[in-house]
Write a protein that binds this ligand. Structure first.
Ligand SMILES: Nc1ncnc2c1ncn2[C@@H]1O[C@H](COP(=O)(O)OP(=O)(O)OP(=O)(O)O)[C@@H](O)[C@H]1O
Ligand SMILES: [Mg+2]
Length: 391
């Protein structure tokens, strides 16, 4: 099943574009479910009709779903309890009320992941379009499998061994809290496997991709570049960037001249940051984009002749790997045939490169911001930049 996850800074148009994608795909006969993992649901607003926790048909072939805490907790009770047991060990996972559970950090992300997996297991649709929360939340969601992995591999076995050793004595001493039984650990393990299953679904480059929705504005572009870097690190593929709300050429009022200039500037920076990932665009419409007609118009603008469910790009614009003990290597996916002069500069977490007519700039992960660019070379048609402490 094809899975597309839309993310981007708050308010850029994620929900509208996700809904438009489903409508466009249904035009060619696909069955698509668009589902929101963002607790601030707005699919109902976009489709201009009430949507509940059960998938509801919006148009032929298009279903929509907004997860809600209470029904998610009921449906996933055993998995959630297992999760709670893993995270909080034996400390009263059973005694927490559903509402209290819903308040715990990470729950929305967790529900999102569990639902994605359930739809994959059920396989009722050709595609799943996920309207995810703004970038930061989504990165938290997508890093969950990695964090769980660390927890399960490093911590769980130790606790389990410790519990085995101590239990015969501890359970006799009434003043101590009961130690978890092996079954608790087994449940935690099962839950972890469910989460790992979601990671497998979302990092499957044949079928799953993330699309970044942006506006041609300074802060929006900065956030999406950072998000892209982290998505790469977690191994999630990005197959398109959607630039929404571009001023149409028809607007010639001088009031908008500076807006147009700054949009052009940011558009260039978007190309330098994400190329060769395809960039799709949509204009700023003369109205809010809710209801089927408006969403179809938005879909036409975004996709034109592009098939909305197609994997529009495979691979990465850049890649960061460890190089030796204290260095890193950043590889840029540039179609470079021969050796050219490479211009490198770095300012904080930003790395700028220029090779011939190509310019690229990326935001490095925070942990690499202190390193310097120590050299560059072109190998196998790719530009490789080395980062080290420069001494
Ligand atoms: N191209 C466009 N032209 C005009 N209005 C638009 C366009 N795209 C989106 N909108 C409108 O902008 C508003 C925000 O869009 P939307 O809800 O899709 O953004 P979002 O990124 O999902 O926001 P949030 O971060 O709050 O979830 C909505 O009222 C929507 O109708
Ligand atoms: Mg939204």
């Amino acid at each position: 099943m094809r899975t597309i996850l839309y993310t981007g800074k708050g308010g850029v148009g994620k929900t509208s574009v996700a809904a438009a994608t489903a409508l466009e795909a249904a035009e060619v006969g696909k069955n698509v479910l668009v589902m929101s993992t963002d607790p601030a649901h707005s699919l109902s607003d976009a489709f201009d009709t009430h949507i509940g926790p059960d998938p509801k048909e919006m148009a032929t072939g298009v279903w929509a779903q907004e997860m809600d805490h209470t029904s998610m907790i009921e449906e996933n009770w055993s998995e959630i309890q297992a999760y709670m047991s893993t995270v909080f060990e034996w400390q009263g996972a059973n005694t927490l009320a559903a509402e209290e559970l819903a308040m715990l950090p990470g729950m929305d992300e967790l529900f999102g992941l569990l639902t994605v997996r359930r739809h994959h297991l059920e396989s009722k649709y050709d595609a799943l379009v996920v309207d995810a929360a703004p970038t930061g939340e989504t990165l938290k969601l997508l890093s969950l499998p990695d964090q769980m992995n660390w927890y399960v591999e490093k911590i769980l076995p130790i606790q389990r061994r410790a519990a085995k050793l101590v239990r015969p004595f501890a359970n006799r001493a009434k003043s101590l809290p009961p130690l978890p039984q092996d079954s608790v650990f087994a449940a935690g393990q099962r839950f972890y496997e469910a989460i790992a299953g979601v990671e497998e679904i979302l990092t499957d480059r044949e079928n799953a991709s993330v699309r970044l929705v942006v506006n041609a504005e300074k802060m929006v572009v900065a956030e999406s570049r950072r998000a892209y870097t982290y998505l790469n690190l977690y191994d999630y593929g990005v197959d398109a960037v959607v630039v929404n709300r571009l001023l149409p050429d028809a607007i010639t009022d001088p009031y908008f001249t500076r807006w147009r200039e700054s949009q052009a500037r940011h558009m260039k920076s978007i190309e330098e940051s994400f190329s060769p990932i395809p960039i799709l665009t949509a204009r700023l419409f003369d109205r809010e984009m809710y209801g089927l007609e408006a969403l179809n118009a938005l879909a036409d603008d975004v996709f034109g002749d592009v098939e909305p469910l197609e994997m529009l790009f495979r691979g990465a614009a850049h890649d960061i790997v460890k190089d030796g003990d204290d260095g890193y290597e950043v590889t840029f996916n540039l179609p470079l045939a021969d050796k050219k002069d490479v211009d490198l500069s770095k300012k904080g977490a930003e790395l700028f490169v220029r090779v011939g007519g190509y310019r690229r700039n990326i935001l490095l992960p925070d942990s690499l911001a202190r390193l310097s660019a120590t050299g560059a070379s072109i190998e196998d048609g790719r530009l490789k930049v080395r980062l080290g402490d420069g001494s």
